[in-house]
Structure formats: structure tokens, C-alpha cells
Design a protein around this ligand. Structure first.
Ligand SMILES: [Zn+2]
Length: 281
């Protein structure tokens, strides 16, 4: 294998795996739990944000980070309630959100997710496929309280659920909304064109507070800005497809500084998929 090919291969593995697969780590992960609203907490650090909804009949978690995080997640839950974790929602299949599934299923916890996310777990040969999947909407009722999972269409992947805590006017979006550059996972049915349409339906829900997939607890206004930035990003790439015939040339000219995202070569490389989507439009 030539040096150039070897480099390219290594880079490709990095690109496809880096966001969703845990890197080896010796220390136990450092996670922090904080209160969002009454009976709702968020655990931040190492992987996607974990929602902790406490009721008098048990706890509902949303997203469970990587396998190595499960014990620490359960310790953090114990620091705010004596109730046991009964259910988990996965917002989507990526390993930084569903990695804890296998260990929790083994403890008798039921995990619920969108049917496309379950199919992605199976097709990508990830461990921890949940037993319960839904098509458009799921409701969990526990201790007289309700949590909904809603599906509005494609975006970050083809199986992103939005978790809705109606009484708290709070949403948990998974990676449909992040406080960083959006990742359109084309290998899992993601679409920038569909993403804003999906978010328009999400924005019709009655909410004020949003727990993003990654980043700090945010407001509805932050989500509206993210949607607008996504549209601007798409329009800029669309214009570049008319000037450049190669995705890497277009990506090199893509203006990103004004969005406030951290941009690295892996993120830029991912936007080549956006070039292809916008060119085929
Ligand atoms: Zn993701």
C-alpha cells in the first residue's frame, strides 16, 4: 500500500468513526449532572447529552452515551433520586447516544427508539438493539407523568426522534440540534434539504427550553437560529455547486466563520456530502 493510500485510508476511518465511536480511555469518564427543570436533569460530558426524567415510579433516560459511561450515568442518577431507571429513549442510533444500550438491556431496562434508528443499529452491526420501536409517535407514562417521542422526518439521520416533556415545555433533540456544526450522516439517510422541513414541524411544538444533542441547555430562539444557519449553509453550498465541479474545491470555498462553529478538517470533509446533495437538487 502506498503512503498516500495509507494516509487516505486512515483518514477515511477517522471520518466515519470519530464522532460516534469511543476512543480508548483509561480514566473513568467525567460526567456532570445539573437540573434543567423540576424532575428533569441533564448529564453532560463524554458523548451526547443524557436527559434524566424522574417520576414517583421510576426514571426515564434519553440517550445513554458510550458503554463506558453507563456506571457513571447510574451513579449520577442516584445522586438526585432513589428511583430506578426503567426506560430509555434513544434519539438516534449513533454510538455516542445509544452505546449504553447493551448494558442497560442486560439490567432489564426497556429501550425505545424510532424504527429507522433500530434498523440502522442492526444494519451497522451495533450491539444493543432495543426491543421496542415506533413509527411516528410514542408515549411513556410513568408516575402519572408523560414523555413523548416524536418523529417528523429526516435530518441528521433518517431516524431522529425528538423527545418532548410537554408539562415542562422542554424538548430534547438529539443531534437534530447541536451547539456546533451540523453533521449530515448521509450513510444513515441524513438530508440537509429535509432537515429544515423536519425542524419546522419540531418548532410547531409548544416549548421554551431545549436540551441539544451536544452542548449546553438552550432556548427555542437558539433552535430557530440553528435552523436558519443550516439554511444559509445549504444556500452557500448550492451556489458553490454552480461554480465548482469537485466537492473538495467547493468545500474549500465554503464560508463558515460567521456561524460560531468549531470547524476542523473532518467537519469540512463531511460537507462534501452536502455538495453532492445540493448538486443533485
Ligand atoms: Zn449523531
Amino acid at each position: 500500500m502506498s503512503q498516500a493510500l495509507l494516509l487516505r485510508t486512515t483518514f477515511a476511518v477517522f471520518l466515519t468513526g470519530a464522532f460516534f465511536v469511543a476512543k480508548p480511555q483509561l480514566e473513568p469518564p467525567k460526567l456532570d449532572i445539573s437540573k434543567v427543570k423540576d424532575n428533569l436533569y441533564v448529564i453532560e460530558g463524554d458523548g451526547g447529552n443524557t436527559g434524566v426524567f424522574v417520576t414517583s415510579e421510576g426514571v426515564i433516560l434519553t440517550d445513554v452515551k458510550f458503554p463506558r459511561d453507563v456506571e457513571v450515568i447510574l451513579e449520577k442518577v442516584k445522586s438526585v433520586t432513589d428511583q430506578k431507571v426503567r426506560y430509555v429513549y434513544n434519539t438516534h442510533h449513533h454510538g455516542d447516544h445509544s452505546g449504553g444500550n447493551e448494558k442497560l438491556l442486560a439490567q432489564g431496562v426497556e429501550i425505545v427508539l424510532h424504527e429507522n434508528a433500530r434498523r440502522n443499529i442492526i444494519e451497522k452491526k451495533q450491539p444493543g438493539a432495543p426491543r421496542i420501536a415506533f413509527a411516528d409517535r410514542s408515549e411513556l407514562w410513568l408516575g402519572g407523568k408523560q414523555v413523548q417521542a416524536r418523529y417528523f422526518g429526516r435530518g441528521h439521520t433518517n431516524g431522529d426522534a425528538v423527545i418532548y416533556y410537554p408539562e415542562l415545555k422542554t424538548l430534547q433533540t438529539g443531534d437534530m440540534f447541536v451547539r456546533q456544526a451540523p453533521i449530515i450522516d448521509y450513510s444513515s439517510g441524513g438530508s440537509a434539504i429535509e432537515w429544515t422541513k423536519t425542524l419546522d414541524q419540531v418548532l410547531a411544538l409548544d416549548f421554551e427550553t431545549v436540551i441539544p444533542g451536544h452542548g449546553p441547555v438552550s432556548t427555542k430562539a437558539d433552535l430557530i437560529k440553528f435552523r436558519k444557519d443550516l439554511e444559509t449553509l445549504r444556500d452557500r453550498m448550492s451556489a458553490l455547486t454552480k461554480k465548482y465541479t469537485k466537492p473538495e474545491e467547493a468545500t474549500a470555498q465554503l464560508k463558515l466563520e460567521d456561524f460560531g462553529w468549531t470547524v476542523n478538517p473532518a467537519i469540512l470533509k463531511r460537507f462534501e456530502g452536502l455538495y453532492n446533495e445540493m448538486r443533485q437538487r
